[in-house]
Design a protein around this ligand. Structure first.
Ligand code: MRU
Length: 365
């Protein structure tokens, strides 16, 4: 996507094999890129959420392996690097998927061929991600058009989203925001309700920044406003991304997603989940078995923002000494999901329909 007219991806390869990312911890106040020179840099970038979003975490891990193998292409170094990267964040299954894929491609090769093969496969993972997200957008655009028609083509199509599942969360396009960009480009009058997404505010900071850069009308709302807007008929559909969806269709996504799905169900608002194939965990059926990341309490007790003097800083919002809990994700049971939108098409959130789209996975799990 474009930033001030210049096309960007969220991660790319520079001359000499250095990997460059957009440092998302600085947005929306500053747009800056950051080089990753070694495995340590890649692991740090994922753990500190300089890169985040399930598909981008996977892509960064793939390049992290390349950087590790440049220093030492042995079996032992490959295994140690996979372990190190896998420990960075527990919930997004794309991380494990990318590392398993890379290790599978590299294991059987002699060490002196590994670096080149690793870079080639990491680049392919990135290209595949872009293609999948473009296709997800095209499928979901069909749903947007259907709802627009049902609404009689009057006013605007109000879409509610949670967290950031835009191009910053993937290599490009995004999952849940891909149809929003495509709808906007096609002239559909789409308007997005952007949940701020406490505690890290990925909605207010990243989704709003992406939409503003692309010229998509949007309004940032507090996390608790969605139900009220749905009761008032101000939301035509919800669409979110996911960090891990089980083979039976349970959806794990940013904390607060479940409450939006409950409110949508109660108000008859369609609730869609956009995801690429690598976000499906074919080894799990029950969403309650998904490991939920718990992050530091200070993400809850402080807020980051820009002050009146223009300086960016962290501000404590709780009494000194109050404890805080920071569960980063929750699980939306499949019964609350209207449909899953994948790169292969739209399906109901259940094992049979997912296997229909991914028949090669039907003997897994
Ligand atoms: O903690 P984050 O910012 O990595 O969480 C991101 C999300 O929850 C996204 O919705 C999810 O990864 C899907 S991104 C296409």
């Amino acid at each position: 996507m474009r930033v001030d007219g210049t096309p960007y991806r969220s991660i790319w390869l520079d001359a000499g094999g250095t990997v460059t990312i957009v440092d998302q911890t600085l947005l929306p106040f500053e747009f800056a890129t950051r080089p990753l020179h070694a495995l340590d840099d890649a692991a740090e970038a994922i753990a500190a959420m300089r890169v985040r979003g399930a598909p981008l975490i996977g892509a960064t891990a793939a390049y992290g392996l390349c950087l590790a193998l440049r220093d030492d292409p042995s079996d032992a170094a490959l295994d140690a690097a996979c372990e190190r990267l896998l420990a960075t964040r527990p919930t997004a299954v794309n991380l494990r998927w990318a590392l398993d894929d890379m290790r599978g491609q590299l294991r059987g090769r002699p060490p002196d061929e590994r670096v080149q093969a690793a870079y080639a496969r990491a680049a392919a993972i990135c290209e595949e991600d872009v293609a999948m997200n473009r296709a997800i957008g095209a499928h979901a655009l069909g749903l947007f058009e259907k709802h627009w028609k049902e609404k009689g083509g009057k006013g605007r199509l109000n879409v509610l989203t949670h967290c950031n599942a835009g191009w910053l969360a993937t290599v490009d396009w995004g999952t849940a925001l891909s149809p929003v960009f495509q709808a906007s480009d096609a002239g559909l009058p789409v308007h997005v309700w952007v949940d701020e997404t406490r505690p890290r505010n990925q909605g207010a900071a990243l989704t709003a920044w992406e939409l503003r850069s692309h010229g998509v009308p949007h309004t940032v709302i507090v996390d608790n406003a969605g139900g009220h807007l749905m009761q008032r008929g101000e939301v035509d559909l919800c669409i979110v991304g996911t960090d891990r969806t089980t083979a039976a269709g349970d959806v794990c996504n940013k904390i607060g997603t479940y409450l939006k799905a409950l409110a949508a169900h109660d108000n008859g608002v369609p609730f869609y989940v956009a995801l690429p194939g690598p976000t499906i965990d074919w080894s799990l059926d029950d969403g309650r078995d998904i490991p939920i990341e718990e992050r530091a309490a200070d993400e809850v007790t402080t807020l980051r923002g820009v002050g009146e003097d223009g300086s960016v800083g962290n501000f404590r919002i709780t009494p000194e000494g109050s404890g805080a809990a920071n569960h980063a994700f929750d699980v939306t049971p499949r019964r609350l999901v209207t449909a899953l939108v994948t790169e292969r098409g739209v399906c109901a959130a259940n094992r049979g329909e997912l296997e229909g789209l991914y028949p090669e996975m039907s003997d897994r799990g």
